[in-house]
Design a protein around this ligand. Structure first.
Ligand SMILES: *Cc1c(COP(=O)(O)O)cnc(C)c1O
Length: 424
């Protein structure tokens, strides 16, 4: 399929045949029926493709994952119960106890906790590098047991733009894949695979669903990383899996399928972080208008960023598509059509000033959420990132006065009037 992003948003993934429903059907079933137990046995051995239990796979999910796969230009994809599950699976599918990952330090707070605390307890060690570090600093972060490089294309909430090409080159020079969390720009604004990323993940909870209705995640594999070139580093792909009668994922499913089949067969089977088919259906509703909504989110974001940058009670503004922003040039390269609708800024008066300002807003609602149709606002130092020390906050690109405003798709003039009134 070489359709435009717009057409893929509307029609990708599911093409009904004669007499079939036009909308993606919800397969609300835990299990599937088969005529013989021989056939069932083949399913369990991964010799036949088919559904048997929704903890591993469900057709509704697969149709929606196929749409996101087309949008990102990948070879295979799967939905997960949340963005957190997608981040965890993307790494745990290729790294085990004793391994090491290089990650950009500009991360979503939940991802940072997952990496620095929970996965550390599993024996996977992370080195965090500044997304703007020098080539030498990036180089120095690699170890012999490094298995992947991880970063956010546009970081939440720091709004730094990752130099994906540079991180991809460094990862590939060390024989490991680059994993990109592309939640904020979505494939409408950035397609990391075209810049060298090997695996792309999403919190579909954000713009993709876009209506604040369903928590979910997605993993897309580009199918380009050659696991067989590094058999010692990635034995899980190139050596027999005893839990599936000795299947070798790269041999049976090729480079295009190995990553996602392995994640489904092992991690979904054992950890069961599947998205509910109901939520996948709601996610698909969101995807059908993603291209229209992203354009309005970006328009509102830029107008609000311009307004704030000229206001005397605003100490600083960060928005990658704002002329003069630290990441403006990088945004022009990676996000020529716009970045997202999220604007970070500080108000005069620091931490207390931020709280007082937020209380006066009426259209922008205080919520631990970003990237949905309704404008919302958050003070990360007091909410999502409150477990972090001031040094950790600084490394993640967050100051104590930072306000994260997620511009929805309401009228631009109304959003600006709300901010103007609250700033006083
Ligand atoms: C929200 C978010 C996540 C986590 O996703 P959930 O769906 O909340 O689990 C991961 N990465 C980024 C960039 C996010 O914004």
């Amino acid at each position: 399929m070489n359709n435009s992003i717009e057409t893929t948003c509307v029609q990708g993934g599911y093409r009904p045949k004669n007499g079939e429903p036009r909308q993606v059907p919800i397969y609300q079933s835990t299990t599937w029926k088969y005529d013989t137990s021989e056939f069932m046995g083949k399913l369990f051995d991964l010799e036949e493709a088919g559904y048997f239990y929704t903890r591993l796979q469900n057709p509704t999910n697969d149709l929606v994952a196929a749409k996101i796969c087309e949008l990102e230009g990948g070879s295979a994809a799967m939905l997960t119960s949340s963005g957190q599950a997608a981040s965890f699976f993307s790494i745990f599918n290729l790294a085990s106890c004793g391994d090491h990952i290089v990650s950009s330090s500009a991360l979503y707070g939940g991802t940072y906790n997952l990496f620095a605390t929970t996965m550390k307890r599993m024996g996977i060690e992370f080195s965090f590098v500044d997304p703007d570090c020098s080539d030498a600093e990036l180089e120095a972060a690699f170890k012999p047991n490094t298995k992947a490089v991880f970063g956010e294309s546009v970081a939440n909430p720091a709004l730094s733009v990752l130099d994906i090409e540079r991180f991809a080159q460094a990862a590939h020079a060390h024989g490991v894949p680059l994993i990109i969390d592309n939640t904020f720009p979505t494939p409408v604004n950035c397609r990391p695979i075209e810049w060298g990323a090997d695996i792309v993940i999403h919190s579909t909870t954000k713009y993709m669903d876009g209506h604040g209705a369903a928590v979910g995640g997605c993993i897309v594999d580009a199918g380009k990383f050659d696991w067989t070139k590094y058999p010692d580093k990635f034995p899980g792909f190139t050596q027999p899996d005893d839990s599936y009668h000795g299947v070798v994922y790269t041999e049976r499913f090729g480079l295009e399928g190995a990553f996602i089949v392995k994640a489904t067969a092992q991690l979904m089977r054992d950890l069961g972080s599947i998205q509910s088919p109901q939520n996948a259906f709601l996610l698909n509703f969101g995807l059908e208008s993603l291209h229209l909504r992203m354009a309005k989110h970006c328009e509102n974001g830029l107008a609000v960023a311009r307004f704030l940058s000229e206001h005397p009670k605003v100490s600083w503004v960060r928005f990658p598509s704002l002329e003069g922003d630290k990441y403006y040039d990088q945004a022009c390269k990676y996000l020529p059509n716009g970045s997202c609708g999220v604007v970070s800024f500080g108000v005069v008066g620091g931490r207390e000033g931020a709280e007082a300002f937020m209380k006066k807003l009426t259209i922008a609602q205080i919520a631990t959420h970003v990237a949905d149709a309704r404008t919302c606002v958050l003070h990360p130092a007091n909410a999502t990132h409150r477990q972090m020390t001031d040094e950790e906050l600084a490394a993640a690109g967050i100051t104590p006065d930072l306000i994260r405003l997620s511009c929805g798709i309401e009228g631009t003039e109304d959003l600006i009037a709300d901010l103007a009134a609250a700033l006083g």
